[in-house]
Design a protein around this ligand. Structure first.
Ligand SMILES: *Cc1c(COP(=O)(O)O)cnc(C)c1O
Length: 386
């Protein structure tokens, strides 16, 4: 075992943050056949592939309904539109997330009301939600960041006290579980992204909303198609946001393998844990914590590096050919575009600290043990001299 784990880490060259080419090699024939099927049909919008993917994703997450759309950002926008969110309304969410979570709220003229994160999971600190709810609050939008479900019992407690619906931002968390239930059925609606870097990534943009509420699903179907029902009669002012047939056909090939890929991501995460412990790095680098009852699907493997070392370590790893990323360097309450919200540094200290200290390391189903050894050895080399 010891000899096996010594194999080839010096022979490893660059380790990219993400490499989708081996995945394509694995599924090439099926993807090409799916693409050909769509071209032969010449049916590109709202056809059988999209309908089949909706059924398959609904079954996968355990939801009654799924409605495809053009992106994860649009999934959020459509979900909020389905709740009639409008100017002056408020939605409680976290400032430590991808821009689209709050961007889609602001696009409707509503106000993102931020709540700080739990430093252990980087997800919304549910204990701080309740005091931020007002008569204007139209929804709570927890984000299952990096592939781990938020504290949904805590979120639900605050939501139920005030009768406020929950919209999950599950863009990074397809397949994530909490007490055996999957992201997608942990609130009233859930929003998924099929951006290529997500665990289920398409050949372009795509998104989906899941819900158990048949009426909401009907409204979402109308809203993604200009609010039309029946043809050329408009009941609502919707948008053009459909998931096209080419994307759906490719995503169906990938969905069939998603569980196997999740398992490999989980194995890679376990290997990192062993390698970091073996290298004596746990004092320097805090590894992701999995909260009780969760299945983490590791869309990202994000470590925390304190004492001002994060950026220097990142530079060192770049020189050593290891790809990393900072998700996210500026929390949303400090972004220029949200200046009018009147926030200042210090308002959400855990989000600000996470923005200074976190670093995403390479993780994907085809990441090899030798590559992970190389990543950990190169991190160890950085700390040898400090
Ligand atoms: C990727 C992502 C989105 C947006 O998805 P797109 O498909 O890129 O529009 C929204 N929220 C979070 C947390 C994301 O990671």
């Amino acid at each position: 075992m010891a000899t096996e784990s010594k194999v080839g880490s010096d022979a490893v060259g660059a380790v990219p943050l993400l490499d989708l080419k081996p995945q394509f090699a694995e599924i090439r024939d099926e993807v090409m056949a799916a693409v050909e099927r769509v071209f032969e049909s010449q049916h590109f919008i709202l056809g059988p592939e999209g309908a089949a993917l909706e059924r398959e994703v609904a079954a996968y997450v355990g939801a009654e309904q799924a409605v495809g759309c053009a992106s994860g950002s649009d999934a959020l926008l459509l979900a909020f539109m389905a709740l009639d969110v409008k100017a002056g309304d408020e939605i409680v969410t976290t400032p430590y997330t991808f821009f689209a979570t709050a961007g889609s709220i602001a696009r409707l003229g509503a106000k993102p009301v931020f709540v700080d994160i739990d430093p252990a999971t980087y997800n919304i600190d549910a204990s701080q939600i309740e005091p931020r709810i007002t008569w204007r609050t139209k929804a709570i939008c927890p984000v299952h960041l990096y592939g781990q479900a938020a504290d949904m019992p805590g979120v639900r407690e605050a939501a139920d006290l005030h009768g406020v619906p929950i919209v999950e931002d599950a863009a990074q968390a397809i397949g994530a579980e909490l007490d055996g239930r999957r992201a997608g059925v942990l609130g009233h609606m859930a929003c998924f992204s099929f951006y290529p870097t997500k665990n289920l990534g398409g050949a372009g943009d795509g998104g989906m909303v899941t819900t158990d509420d048949v009426e909401l699903a009907e409204k979402l179907r109308m809203l993604r198609d200009h609010g039309m029902r029946p043809k050329y009669h408009y009941r609502l002012i919707g948008m053009n946001s459909r998931l096209d047939e080419l994307q759906a056909a490719v995503l169906r090939v990938k969905l069939a393998r998603l569980e196997a890929w999740h398992a490999r991501r989980g194995e890679a995460a376990d290997r990192y844990r062993k390698l970091f412990a073996g290298a004596g790095l746990l004092e320097r680098v805090s590894l992701p914590e999995t909260a009780p009852g969760r299945r983490h699907v590791y869309n990202q493997f994000v470590v925390r590096v304190g004492d001002g070392h994060r950026d220097a370590l990142r530079d060192h790893l770049r020189e050593q050919g290891v790809g990393t990323e900072v998700y996210y360097p500026v929390p949303l309450h400090l972004q220029d575009c949200f200046r009018s919200l009147g926030h200042k540094e210090g308002d959400f200290p855990e989000s600000e600290r996470a923005a200074r200290e976190t670093l995403a390391l390479p993780i994907y189903p085809d990441l090899t043990e030798a590559m992970q050894q190389a990543v950990v050895e190169r991190i160890a080399r950085y700390f040898e001299t400090r």
